[in-house]
Design a protein around this ligand. Sequence first.
Ligand code: GZL
Ligand code: ZN
Length: 325
Amino acid sequence: MKRRSVALLLMLCALLAGCSSGTTPAEEPPEQSILLGFSQLGWESAWRLANSESIKEAAERAGVSLMYENAEQKQDRQIKAIRSFIAYQVDVIAFSPIVETGWDNVLQEAKDAGIPVLTTDRMVETGDESLYAGFIGSDFYQEGVAAGEFLIEKAEREGLSDLNIVELSGTLDSTPMLQRAEGFRDAIAGQENLHLIDSMSGDFLRPKGKECMKALLEKHARIDVLYSHNDAMTLGAIAAMEEVGLVPGRDVIIITVDGEQAAIDLLKQGSINCVIECKPQIGDMVMELAKKLAAGEEIPRCTYSEERVFTEFDADLDSIPPRGY
Ligand code: GZL
Ligand code: ZN
């Protein structure tokens, strides 16, 4: 906003100078639109595509000028994008950090340039909390807890005594991976009948989800439960199960996160047992917070989306509206 306020000041001086000569003052200058630099981490899942769509459409609706860069799963490309936003002197920078660490230098450069930073969807781990203004996204820890709580409920309802669980985790060192793992482990801690026997990272990718599930099925004599950090990996894992004659949702209890249409459809068919929603459409909230930052206002440190859990025990699965992703 610095650059723009100087321009505005010059304009106002000109107007005032003009006014003193008795000319009629021109109408108010139009409300300055802000320039937001947004670095998206990639295009690894339907969730991500919907998230990118939401950012672009929300900028349109909010009259925010958007410089949008997609790093295609590479952290160094995100850092380059942020550097270009600084060089361009955008008013605000927002980004979805692919992993939690490695951002301190570039965030310090943004701070030195006086440009506020908003993290969206995922968080950064930094020793200096002043390097970013706030976070907007999901409470991934709670998503992990919800996954664990569903499994405990299912085991109790059906008297399941001894369950071997495997986990497909997301991108290592990413906030959703770290917190979905921690929340699930905390929720099932102390449950004698629930055994988390293995975990592999499918990097939130469908093909890797299939590869990892294939390897887990070869490695373990009996897998009763799959807890998967996103639907894309789950869809891959289901293909691996079917290749060895396992019936997903019945031979293997499946708990997945995101809430893509494909996962909801499989929940309705009984091939998935629990879908935990993680909302990608956070664009409007991003624009609202970016405008506040551009105006020099404080924003909350964390703004969480409201999210639901869909399970096989819900009475009205058919009433779930189209998911849009
Ligand atoms: C969660 C988001 C995750 C999704 C995955 O907010 O960061 O990244 O759960 C996506 O589908 O790859
Ligand atoms: Zn046991």
